[in-house]
Design a protein around this ligand. Structure first.
Ligand code: SF4
Ligand code: FE
Length: 487
């Protein structure tokens, strides 16, 4: 584990030179640029906890490959305890950053690819699993951050990869060489991409025989020739660019994860970094497992954010003198109830974990999909309650410049004050934090990250065991079961 703490992680990013654009200009140093530095600091927290005695047990693990101590974000889950420790860690990280700390996507990619490559080798006698293990050992030893790259642009959604007018709408192999492959295409919404060390490319959907050149899994360093990233805008990012420490809401960390488009313009990948090539039948379990792991995580990281939001609005009610009102207490109770209910589903899908043939542990997929579906409701309801309690001034508050103005600062302080003992500046800071955590880009991730709500509903219906439930109802009433499907 070469990178031992947050400072070493930040230093490691300064040694690589990925091609990154933002607002039409190249970012030379993601650790210092105002648009990306907050996301770097959030990811650095994952490294910081691994070096902190209080959190070391959650934030590190023992590699089953080497026996060495590694960061949990590079670990292959070996049992239910690993799955639960990860969930506990994610909630704490959500609480400490109030943001997305980005490293879970790589972790989920590692776990999905590990179990699926094992199964490909078992069936076809290939050596993908051995290659993947060698790559993973190097990632564990370096303690690198990996971006799990799954989401393709998809172009015309009515057509699959092989029928797209533009074949690059899904990442695919354009050339097979004796020593590797050349890939082309792009991945969208890549959380943490600009401050990762490696990209783990995976297919975005189940592929058929006609799309077999799209059934590719491989690892690429972020600064490999042909890789270009374009960092996305977030709401109020101009405030961040101007370093407005109060108005930005969350001065240290990002609004959400910091996403980027990653373009692959004929990128060469050597054989030892290819972990699946033209194996379409294994794309389905790969996508399925990755998605289930990531959906389980959302119930933990977002609970951490909801904890922060609940704390922020509770403090605001104290500042405003409303904290003792019964409806205020009831709404805060509801916020806590929703947060803990969400966390329950994250813990539950981990507690029901099961061993894949490789030995890597999977979460229960039904409960993981329920967990993520809950995020798309509960986080929004908690945000709605926070805005209800905070009041309309969240949307009309004057800027930090006016607060600090020699001419009008006294008016802002006087007329935005609350109870006497607490400075107006606290009220304004908390208001900006609530604004940042409930508006703009903040909630979009809860809706669409780890798959849009409909993707979970498809899985919930598919795995719902309706035939079995029909049989249960019939059995209670003594209605004959005509066939084993219960029809
Ligand atoms: Fe991790 Fe949550 Fe960010 Fe996904 S959204 S990478 S689960 S912190
Ligand atoms: Fe996310």
């Amino acid at each position: 584990m070469k990178i031992k703490n947050g400072a070493e992680y930040i230093e490691s990013l300064r040694k690589i030179r990925p091609v990154i654009y933002y607002k039409g200009e190249r970012i030379e140093d993601v650790t210092r640029h105002p648009a990306t530095a907050p996301h770097v600091r959030a990811a650095a927290m994952t490294y910081a906890l691994a070096s902190d005695d209080e959190y070391r047990d959650l934030a590190t693990a023992t590699s089953h490959l080497t026996g060495r101590t590694i960061g949990r974000f590079t670990h292959v889950h070996q049992n239910v305890e690993d799955l639960i420790k990860k969930i506990k860690l994610l909630r704490i990280l959500g609480q400490k950053t109030g943001s997305c700390f980005q490293r879970c996507v790589g972790l989920d990619g590692i776990n999905a690819v590990y179990s699926v490559t094992y199964e490909i080798d078992q069936k076809h006698g290939t050596d993908y699993f051995e290659r993947f293990k060698q790559w993973l050992i190097s990632i564990q030893d370096e303690n690198f951050m990996v971006v799990g790259a799954m989401t393709d642009p998809k172009g015309d959604r009515s057509k699959g990869p092989a029928d797209q007018p533009d074949p690059d709408q899904y990442v695919h192999v354009v050339e097979h060489r004796s020593d590797g492959v050349v890939i082309r295409g792009a991945k969208l919404h890549m959380t943490g991409a600009v401050n990762s060390h490696e990209i783990l490319v995976m297919p975005t959907t189940a592929m058929d025989e006609r799309s077999k050149n799209y059934a590719v899994v491989c690892a690429i360093p972020v600064d490999a020739p042909g890789v270009t990233m374009i960092f996305g805008r977030q709401a109020s990012d101009d405030r961040r660019d101007k370093q407005e420490r109060i108005d930005v809401g969350k001065p240290s960390f990002g609004a959400v994860g910091g996403e980027a488009l990653i373009a692959f313009e004929d990128v060469f990948v050597p054989t030892e970094r290819i972990f699946m090539n033209r194996e379409p039948e294994f794309t389905s379990p790969l996508v399925y497992r990755f998605a289930a792991h990531h959906r389980a995580n959302y119930g933990a990281c977002k609970t951490g954010l909801m904890d922060v939001l609940t704390g922020a609005v509770s403090y605001l009610t104290q500042i405003q003198g409303t904290s003792k009102a019964s409806h205020v207490r009831d709404k805060i109770t509801e916020m806590i109830h929703l947060s803990e209910t969400l966390y329950c589903s994250s813990i539950a899908c981990s507690a029901e974990g099961w061993a894949t043939p490789s030995g890597a542990y999977m979460v229960d997929t039904m409960l993981a999909n329920v967990c993520k579906q809950n995020v798309t409701r509960f986080h929004f309801e908690v945000a709605r309650l926070a805005l209800d309690l905070a009041g309309g001034f969240i949307a009309t508050l004057p800027s930090q410049y006016d607060l600090e103005s020699e001419d009008v600062g006294h008016l802002v302080k006087k007329y935005f004050s609350g109870v006497k003992e607490i400075p107006t500046e606290d009220r304004i800071k908390i208001a900006r934090l609530i604004e940042a955590m409930t508006g703009g880009t903040a909630l979009v991730e809860s809706m669409h990250g780890a798959g849009s709500p409909q993707a979970q509903r498809v899985m919930i219906f598919r795995e719902g065991g309706l035939d079995k439930k029909i049989r249960l109802a019939k059995a209670l009433l003594g209605i004959p079961q005509k066939d084993k499907q219960g029809g």
